[in-house]
Design a protein around this ligand. Structure first.
Ligand code: CU
Length: 127
């Protein structure tokens, strides 16, 4: 019985220590009331919406540096993908049912648009 109690006490203490470490450490040491944002995804899927106005979905998103972005044209109209910021060379057709994917290694904001549909603009924030 005494052995069982001692084991219980040690396990309980260990769990307390682990819980305290999880609560206090592990992140950037910032204010506990101001948690750092979750890590951006390593791959994202962007599609197109046809309901007026035509648009990219999502129009703004985040991506981990080195991650993959993939566009799929799920709408009944041709689109294209053309960079609006000088930090990349995007210039691809995106026909009905088509898709295109690329990886982005440098952090930054990457803007693009569909030149067929004025106002069909979007951006990817790479962190
Ligand atoms: Cu378009």
């Amino acid at each position: 019985m005494r052995v069982a109690y001692e084991l219980f006490r040690r396990v309980t203490l260990s769990m307390l220590v682990i819980a305290l470490m999880a609560a206090c450490g592990g992140d950037d040491g910032g204010n506990p009331g101001d948690p750092s944002p979750p890590a951006p995804p390593t791959s994202i899927d962007i599609t197109t919406g046809a309901s007026p106005p035509p648009r990219f979905i999502p129009a703004s998103t985040t991506l981990a540096s080195g991650g993959t972005v993939r566009w799929t044209n799920g709408s009944p109209a041709d689109h294209d993908l053309v960079a609006t910021t000088p930090n990349w060379q995007l210039n691809e057709p995106l026909p009905i049912g088509g898709n295109f994917q690329t990886t982005i290694s440098q952090a930054g904001t990457y803007g693009y648009e569909c030149t067929i549909h004025p106002g069909m603009v979007a951006s990817i924030e790479v962190r």
